[in-house]
Write a protein that binds this ligand. Structure first.
Ligand code: KIV
Length: 333
């Protein structure tokens, strides 16, 4: 008996059809999201049926067998397109890191990441601000252009700073254009969910690839009164779901999920078509992004609790600098 029939007879749900095409799943038709139609617990609320299985037929064509001689470095040969990032969903975890200058851009690209984010976190990591709010378009264009000059082999995504998306569509478009034309970004990132979805859809239609960002939105820190986890209560989980679906329908090629309850991020990753790239949202997202300075222990203050530092460069630098100062002072004339 075929496996699905056996499982159905045993009262188990049929397993999800496997995509044997290697193509991204077909996009759903746009339907207005309506989280209020659900009335169960957050997990159940979020467990809507996944998009229909792709039709069989030509889909069953044999896929070319991957070469066993391919080294991991060959991933640099893959043309860095947003489509490539989208297609990684379900195949392997996606890796993103932040960079703000040419040296880090090169080091991070050489490490083999899938994309670099020139984040507005430049404000807190390099420029000495307490929040990302003071970061300007000029800052973002300058830092994006510096990363681009390192000729990275991965996708470069630039963050839209505070206020640029919400003033008007023309301002949103102009700012996104500047990041691509003057900064050399391949795509832009914007913080926000359903409220921005219509404008994001227009941007995508113009040819500007957009990386969404939901959950904790650092640009709203003054309004929300501090950094915290999102999705712990039912209304918030529903709201995150609506935001994610709205961004999917607007055409985002991937969505960042920052500081989301792990359970909610896990369900969202299984429900939305674009890859969900987590930061502080648990291990079950389709990929992870981190602020490189946090990863390397290169911060003036501590690092967020969800970060496991892979180096302590702050300490290394201060030891080296201290040694240099002592060596010069102790040199006999
Ligand atoms: O600005 C940034 O670096 C970000 C990441 C934290 C996702 O938005």
């Amino acid at each position: 008996m075929p496996e699905e029939k056996k499982q159905a007879a045993a009262g188990k749900p049929a397993p999800k059809a496997k995509d044997v095409t290697g193509k991204p799943p077909a996009r759903r038709r746009r339907t207005p999201p309506n989280p209020r139609r659900h009335d169960d617990t957050p997990r159940e609320v979020l467990e809507r049926p996944v998009a229909e299985a792709p039709a069989k037929g030509p889909a069953l064509e044999a896929k070319p067998r991957p070469s066993v001689r391919r080294s991991p470095q060959r991933s640099h040969d893959v043309k860095p397109t947003v489509r490539h990032i989208t297609e990684l969903k379900g195949k392997r975890p996606i890796v993103g890191l932040t960079a703000y200058d040419a040296i880090m851009g090169k080091l991070i690209s050489d490490a083999g990441v899938d994309f670099i984010l020139v984040g507005d976190s430049v404000g807190t990591t390099l420029l000495g601000f307490d929040t990302t709010i003071p970061v300007t378009m000029e800052d973002m264009v300058r830092h994006t252009a510096a990363v681009r000059r390192s000729n990275p082999k991965c996708l470069v995504v630039a963050d839209l700073p505070f206020g640029e998306a919400s003033m008007s569509f023309d301002r949103f478009l102009d700012s996104a254009k500047r990041l691509m034309q003057e900064g050399g970004a391949d795509a832009i990132k914007v913080e926000g969910g359903r409220d921005l979805a219509d404008d994001i859809e227009k941007l995508v239609a113009t040819g500007i690839p957009v990386l969404g960002h939901i959950g904790l939105l650092p640009q709203t820190v003054k309004a929300i009164g501090g950094y915290r986890k999102f999705g712990g209560v039912r209304e918030e989980a529903e709201s995150l779901y609506t935001d994610a679906i709205s961004l999917e329908e607007a055409g985002c090629f991937a969505i960042i999920a920052e500081m989301m309850e792990e359970k909610v991020a896990t369900v969202l990753a299984s429900q939305v078509l674009p890859p969900l790239i987590g930061i502080g949202s648990g291990p079950n997202c389709d990929g992870q992004i981190l602020v490189t300075q946090d990863l390397l222990g290169l911060t003036a203050q501590g690092v967020p609790s969800f970060v496991t530092p892979y180096a302590n460069l702050g300490k290394e630098i201060s030891n080296a600098l201290g040694k240099y100062v002592r060596d010069i002072r102790e040199t006999k004339r």
